[in-house]
Design a protein around this ligand. Structure first.
Ligand code: LLP
Length: 421
């Protein structure tokens, strides 16, 4: 459930009319609902209530500090994957002891940044990384708490570009080699081994792959404990999927995911961490765009929007579906016509949907891309010198611009011209 609903024929974010935001902020823009962010966070928090746990929001999904602060105030930790994300989480007020550092290619500089500023744990992904972490921790003069990310060789049954748990993926160490890698970690004097990490992919719409992976983690926990390792924390990653096509998708609920966690690893008495991103932010955000032209082509009509692939890349990159709804509610039983819905960027890949049934729309009408809160604004670019679009956060009947639209001058003046020109 989310808080984007039609009221008296107009789409609202909580108690704010989307059209009112468009009138002041201009289009396109992203809009997020505080109540939806908090609801999704709470669903996870409650699903794990029976266990010692921390929900570490995977901030790569939507990393505006206002979003981070909203979630951190509710008790969330953060999962970061770069020095930039670490600093952003800190800037939003998240203490180091609630920040987990994931990622397959942490540099020595990023590691130093986190060790100096404080960190809950590093999720280490390889032996070379472990050696660098050990060296830098020695230089900084601290013990680095670590889990090791294991690759359980489980098929997450999701889009190939976002599956991470098969042995051919670059992530983690093969679970079959875990014993020797943990032994190496235990021998490094500046590392403190505290647990195991696993993340098998994103937008999982079936619980079975999680079950398989977590069973393997449970077996590994017992085995490593028998070898003398102090495994007291399990980071079970993120990945629970969301309904993108609302009419026909119903992915598993956080409550059932929580039961699965309890069933597979609950008996081990470990502290549980999870790293959900998409489920918290995805349906808490929309991208709102205006129709610039309706163009009749050969046998098809195009809706040309002012939003483009640089603003929301998911359809171009993953063939992702986003529901696209008019901001003025269509009359019940209104006629629907197929449109190709496209942006203004000069490539055919700038297509959001093909032959999508929509009520008749005209230039100047607003549409909202649903489920765009996760991996939307964060993946946007300035391709075609199109400014990054603003982000707006709604809270009840209030809203605030949480990232303004840059001016053309700000964009253009970032270039510097070498002196020989
Ligand atoms: N933890 C780790 C280590 C991850 O790599 C990810 C996502 C997450 C947690 C959060 O997964 P989530 O709960 O959001 O599924 N850009 C793609 C998604 C990439 C996901 C990358 N890793 C998209 O737009 O679908």
């Amino acid at each position: 459930m989310d808080h984007f609903l039609y009221k008296n024929g107009a789409l609202f974010a909580e108690d704010v009319a989307i059209a009112d935001i468009a009138a002041t902020v201009g289009t396109p823009f992203y809009v997020y609902s505080t109540a939806t962010l908090l609801r999704h966070f709470t669903l996870f928090d409650e699903a794990l209530a029976g266990m010692d746990h921390l929900v570490c929001y995977a901030m790569k999904a939507a990393s505006n500090q206002a979003i981070l602060k909203t979630l951190a105030n509710a008790g969330a930790g953060m999962d970061v994957v770069s020095g930039g994300e670490y600093l952003r989480a800190k800037a939003a007020g998240v203490p180091g002891e609630r920040i987990v550092f994931s990622g397959v290619g942490k540099t020595a500089d990023e590691i130093r940044l986190a060790l100096t500023g404080g960190i809950r744990q590093f999720n280490v992904e390889s032996e070379p990384e472990m050696e660098v972490l050990n060296r830098v921790a020695g230089e900084v003069g601290v013990m680095a708490p670590i889990t090791i990310r294991v690759n359980p060789d489980v098929d997450a049954k999701t889009h190939a570009k976002i599956a991470t748990g098969k042995s051919e993926n670059k992530f983690g160490i093969p679970i079959a080699r875990a014993r020797e890698v943990y032994a190496l970690a235990a021998s490094l004097e500046n590392l403190e081994v505290i647990g195991i990490d696993v993340h098998i992919g994103s937008q999982l719409t079936d619980l079975a792959p999680f079950e398989l992976a977590y069973q393997k983690v449970a077996e590994l926990t017992e085995m490593l404990r028998s070898e003398g390792h102090n495994i007291c924390r399990l980071d079970l990653g993120g990945g629970l999927g969301i309904p993108y096509a609302r009419s026909n998708e119903a992915p598993p609920l956080p409550i059932d995911y929580g039961k699965l966690i309890e069933r597979t690893v609950g008996h081990l008495g470990c502290e549980i961490e999870i790293e959900p991103g998409r489920l918290i932010a995805g349906n808490a955000g929309c991208m709102v765009s205006e129709v610039i032209y309706v163009k009749s082509g050969e046998g098809r009509d195009f809706l040309i929007l002012d939003g483009a692939m640089n603003d929301l890349i998911r359809p171009a990159m993953y063939e992702a579906h986003h529901d696209i709804v008019p901001v003025i509610e269509p009359a019940p039983g209104a006629e629907q016509t197929p449109y190709d819905i496209v942006g203004p960027v000069c490539e055919s890949g700038d297509t959001f949907a093909k032959q999508r049934l929509m009520p008749p729309l005209a230039a100047g009408d607003l549409v909202a891309f649903r489920s765009a809160g996760a991996y939307g604004a964060v993946m946007s670019s300035e391709y075609n010198t199109r400014p990054l679009i603003p982000e707006v956060l709604v809270h009840g009947d209030q809203y605030a611009v949480i990232r303004p639209r840059p001016t053309f001058d700000e964009i253009i003046n970032r270039d510097t011209i070498p002196e020989w020109l």
